[in-house]
Ligand binder design. Structure first.
Ligand code: ATP
Length: 305
């Protein structure tokens, strides 16, 4: 049940700066989603957190670096993109080989095989597994040591819709037990239901870090739709507040201000409101908006694409 603290992580590949000064925490009891466009540095960041890549900064698990943990597998379960499965060893034996040096009993191997739904095929060779089955085996390996912390890079890759729902329930229940879960995914809609916290990066730099609901509610793509017979009175007041107002049939769609601000402005100018609804941006919209800013940033820096 470790508090993960990543401080000032950085990494260059030659002249290319892949990760720049990333600091964040992942708290026990939470699922923290790690989002960023392709090539933005998510895998590199995870590798840095686990001491697999040399770079700048430090990551601690309840104050200890990964290298300082006595039995890392019992503290931190990991799933990274490259899955080193032995081509001829059975899935169950693959897990036993990982378990033995960590003093994890065979009983636990059977438990995790069942948890990931591979009981019927655990005698088979991972080389013959589908992408989704291979992914389940990787998740089983991450869970072997019953770790308090999970770092999972794209665990939903290759899973079908049932598999994605299963994974969501699994990760949420592991977090509910007090574990810290740090997970990257391209599936934004899924991340919106899975994660309660987000770390969003673009071009290796931090774009947003905090609760999912704050990330979404701060997006300017949310809107307030209202119906008023006094649009001529209200629109100038909203414009003066920096809002954008767009007529939509009998309605007025307002962006850039909250519903409360619209209500207050209406009262101040004596405009009647007959209907008012709010629409929050989706996580996808908020993500595209945030990472669009990062593309803009790239343009101003003159970096290669
Ligand atoms: N071993 C390497 N040598 C050189 N460049 C690398 C290496 N690994 C990653 N990079 C570069 O670092 C940047 C970040 O890559 P990384 O794989 O961490 O991104 P990512 O966010 O995980 O991408 P994806 O979502 O596509 O998996 C990319 O520009 C990538 O080309």
């Amino acid at each position: 049940m470790a508090l993960i603290e990543a401080r000032s992580l950085g990494k260059s590949f030659g002249t290319h700066r892949a990760v720049e000064d990333l600091s964040f925490t992942v708290r026990p009891g939470s699922v923290t989603g790690f989002l960023g466009p392709n090539g933005s540095g998510k895998s590199t960041t995870m590798r840095l957190m686990l001491g697999l890549d040399r770079g700048e900064g430090v990551t601690t698990y309840d104050g200890l670096t990964f290298g300082e943990l006595d039995h890392p597998m019992r503290h931190v379960g990991t799933l990274l993109e490259a899955k080193p499965f032995h081509p001829t060893r059975s899935a169950r034996n693959h897990l036993r080989m990982l378990a033995a040096p960590n003093h994890i009993p065979d009983r636990r191997v059977d438990e995790v095989v069942e948890m990931v739904g591979l009981t019927g095929v655990a005698g088979g060779k991972p080389g013959k597994f589908s992408l989704g089955m291979g992914q389940r085996l990787g998740i089983a390996a991450a869970l072997l040591g019953d770790p308090g912390t999970l770092i999972l890079d794209e665990p939903s890759n290759g899973l079908d819709p049932q598999g994605i729902t299963w994974l969501r329930n699994l990760l949420r229940s592991l977090a509910a037990e007090g574990r810290s879960v740090f997970v990257s995914s391209h599936l934004l809609q899924e991340m919106g239901v899975l994660a309660d916290q987000l770390v969003v990066i673009g071009r290796g730099r931090m774009l947003a870090n905090g609760p999912v609901r704050d990330f979404v509610s701060h997006s300017s793509l949310g809107s307030v739709t209202l119906r008023t017979p006094d649009a001529a009175l209200l629109r100038p007041a909203l414009d003066a507040m920096g809002a954008t107002t767009t007529p939509d049939g009998d309605d007025l769609v307002v962006r850039g201000v909250t519903a409360e601000q619209v209500g207050d402005a209406a009262q101040a100018v004596g405009a009647r409101i007959h209907q008012l609804t709010t629409r929050q941006a989706t996580l996808e919209e908020a993500f595209l908006e945030a990472t669009g800013l990062s593309e803009e940033f790239r343009g101003t820096q003159g970096e290669p694409s």
